[in-house]
Design a protein around this ligand. Sequence first.
Ligand code: PHE
Length: 448
Amino acid sequence: MAQQRTTFNSKLGLIMASVGSAVGLGNIWRFPCEAGEHGGGAFLIVYILCVMLLGLSVMLAEFFTGRASQKDAVGAFKILAPNTMWKIIGYNGVIAAFLIFGFYSVVSGWTLEYIYQSASGNLRADSVEEFTANFGKFTSDVFRPVLWVVIFTLITHIVVSSGVKKGIERSSKIMMPLLFVILIILGIRSLMLPNAVEGLKFFFNPDFGKINSAVILSALGQAFFSVSVGMGCMITYASYFNKSINMPNTAVSVVALDTLVAVLAGIIIFPAVTSFNISPSQGPTLVFVTLPNIFQQMPFGDLWSFIFFVLLAIAALTSIISLHEVVTAYLHEQYRMSRRKATAIVSLCGLALGIICSLSFGVLSHVKIFGVIIFDLLDFVTANLMLPAGGMLICIFAGWFISKKALKTELTNSGTIRFRLFAVFAFIIKYVAPVIIALVCLNQLGLF
Ligand code: PHE
């Protein structure tokens, strides 16, 4: 007898789990930093266009693949396209998920250190330079950051080993609403700062003259990373959707909430930055260096920074869970391993990779591949190459290999729900997305 596939319990739970995957360090740390570097408002507009046009379509193509097959990221292609090479998309995804897990766990670990520092009142320095130096000293240490990676991986392990319903769904249902509450409190606090308007102007007033190809390309890359597409995550989650879920609506909700969080993060960060006269184009140190500096100048600064880093840790946790699940589901289903064993293997191997990535800031910093440390290499290879390639291939798969009829049947639950923009979606995945994404990949490789 065929075994009934695990499904998420409720519609709310499934949306929270998917939003949990999408909302992460990408929204709160990477998005403001990209927006700051690429002109604020101009970037925001291009980003929103990319998310609506491409992020959403790729997500729907992944939802289709996952729910139609009811399998893990690799198994899905073995079912929908037996004896073909399409399963390469799945392998690309599983490997990307594992590699992202490695460096993501390091940054997630840093959030724990900053929670600890804020709680113990030690997150203080006399200048931005000192904050920068402290951050550098901490990240290049051998023991401390590794300890946090171990702790973070352990927490992830506990959630994933509790299973899809009890672990992933239940934890997301608690953590995601909490995250929204914290975001709104911090947003209001930030808007009350003197000179907040300047920050809002920077973030919302588009200067169209600033839109150039670099802005468009970085917005596209950010859109992919942020909505967790291109690596089988949404395939895996959709395989746990039951057949009555309205997938077009779900995809719209996930993408809209993800974008909302990114915008809220901008509303928190830019007014705070301009209010304290710091340049918004700080780059990646924005969150770990600039913000603590800002917090310490505010009344109850330790409390605000504590709240902020808790927020960041929650966002990171719900995303890293989804990365773990991609690999766990693959091992569990393709090698017929018990879920327990699969989870343990992924946690242990992920931990090993995480430790290597963490050490690449310190004792392993001399190990350079293509001129960069291991952490940066994994970040570059996954976000800039593997995700776009995976996204492009899945569009080609759903647009060209799968018949339009099969696609429509699955996405409309056999005609029982309406999907008015189906024709537009089909056109995007068939022509628009592959071409645009291909241009991005070539650009990232420096070929265009
Ligand atoms: N979307 C997550 C974020 O914004 C990162 C992520 C990418 C998670 C790919 C899962 C898969 O941080």
